[in-house]
Design a binder for this molecule. Sequence first.
Ligand SMILES: CC(C)(COP(=O)(O)OP(=O)(O)OC[C@H]1O[C@@H](n2cnc3c(N)ncnc32)[C@H](O)[C@@H]1OP(=O)(O)O)[C@@H](O)C(=O)NCCC(=O)NCCS
Length: 179
Amino acid sequence: MFFRQIDNNIKLSLSIPQYAEELFKLTDKNRGFLQQWLPWLDRTKEPLDTQQFLELQLLRFQQGSALHVTIFYQDRIAGVVGYNQIDRVNQIGHLGYWLGEEYNGKGIMTKSAKELIELGFDYYELNRVEIRCAVANNRSRALSERLGFNNEGIIRQAEKLCDRYVDHVVYGLLRSDRD
Ligand SMILES: CC(C)(COP(=O)(O)OP(=O)(O)OC[C@H]1O[C@@H](n2cnc3c(N)ncnc32)[C@H](O)[C@@H]1OP(=O)(O)O)[C@@H](O)C(=O)NCCC(=O)NCCS
């Protein structure tokens, strides 16, 4: 497969269905950790669920409406990052990401997301990259701020997580913010 090397330890690859087994294992191992902030764990019960998800993401990549990327740390899958949605009309990319708990605290996502943001502005000609995360998701908020995003406000009860509604903070980075 073709990789984009970020540093000695981290490389990125377009997600392909062949990654499903290893990615599912990481998901399953981190179910409790991820479930706090991500809504789809209950729909990911076996490797086939991950495989079908990755197949769909490839189709959406081909259509130009999404980009799903797998992060490798020391040649093992550590998590994912990508544009869950690319709005070509308004030139907005909606960035999403997660890491296995054991891969937190190493700067992996800061470096990987930076690469995706550059790709978004340069290749997809985005005008805006947006991150939305639960108000209490301190790690995701710290990441957004570390990446230079602006806190643009709160959307109330924007997501249902573990049977409770959570407010979202909207973070935005404009092409012109980089100048
Ligand atoms: C959100 C999430 C990806 C953040 O992961 P993270 O490890 O905190 O972020 P990074 O990989 O950028 O690492 C930053 C940490 O590494 C440290 N670090 C070490 N080297 C670093 C470097 N070169 N550059 C940046 N940070 C570095 C930072 O100090 C920071 O540590 P701290 O939190 O103890 O201050 C992760 O917590 C996660 O997957 N959470 C669950 C899923 C989720 O919430 N997804 C987002 C939904 S909106």
